[in-house]
Design a protein around this ligand. Structure first.
Ligand code: DX5
Ligand code: ZN
Length: 218
């Protein structure tokens, strides 16, 4: 691939030292911000007030991943506070295309995410409506889980379809991405990699980002 992006997930960061944690990933492409509502997923993180502070503090643009019900109602607010990209779950959205259009109008990249068991075939005709598609490589909700290789055929078909249609959509993977798994996701067609524990769990996050970038290119 030409463009490869490494987006550390602050879910694995120390929440009470957020400013210092953000400073450690200044060489990343985006910071991945996981919003969970304890309803769409069985975990709770934070909402727009916290994301607004992260936006004001982060050295890199924000890649917001909304694991919430009713994104039709809440996603535009994250675009309005300045997030570079806002990704909502296909399983949760009532009108995904209308919502994507709204996000773009506000000025954000529009993203749609699918859980490991959700088929992607319904997205083939919607590739132009989205700027990025997130194929979850774990069940959403928690960091530190194991990468699910069974999601790779789906990613590969999405990548083939995008290529066939001349689409420039970014294909993102999230969950269990690290030195031992990033190459297979890249080989299957991902170009944008979310990594939580592999980056924030490292002694030197900048070094971890460099290593992931290199491994994704091989
Ligand atoms: C999981 C989140 C991920 C999480 C990934 O629901 O969407 O972004 O932070 O964590 P790791 O990289 O540790 O699997
Ligand atoms: Zn995420």
């Amino acid at each position: 691939q030409v463009g490869i992006r490494i987006n550390p997930s602050i879910l694995a960061a120390d929440f009470v030292n957020m400013q210092a944690e953000l400073a450690r990933i200044a060489t990343a492409d985006f910071v991945h911000v996981d919003v969970m509502d304890n309803h769409f997923v069985p975990n709770l993180t934070f909402g727009s007030q916290m994301v607004e502070r992260i936006q004001a503090t982060s050295p890199v643009p924000l890649d917001v991943h909304l694991m919430i019900t009713n994104p039709d109602r809440w996603a535009p607010g994250y675009a309005e506070l300045g997030a570079a990209s806002v990704t909502f779950h296909l399983e949760a959205a009532k009108e995904p295309v209308a919502l994507a259009r709204r996000l773009r109008e506000i000025g954000a990249r529009a993203g749609v995410a699918v859980k490991p068991a959700t088929p992607v075939d319904g997205l083939f005709d919607l590739l132009d409506d989205f700027d990025q598609i997130l194929v979850m490589t774990v069940e959403p909700g928690f960091g530190g889980q194991s990468f699910m290789p069974e999601t790779m055929p789906k990613l590969r078909r999405l990548a083939d379809e995008a290529r066939r249609r001349g689409s420039s959509v970014w294909l993102q993977v999230d969950g269990g991405i690290g030195e031992s798994t990033i190459a297979q996701a890249a080989e299957a067609g991902a170009d944008t990699f979310v990594a939580g524990s592999a980056v924030f769990g490292a002694d030197d996050p900048a070094n971890a980002i460099t290593g992931l970038r290199a491994s994704a290119r091989t």
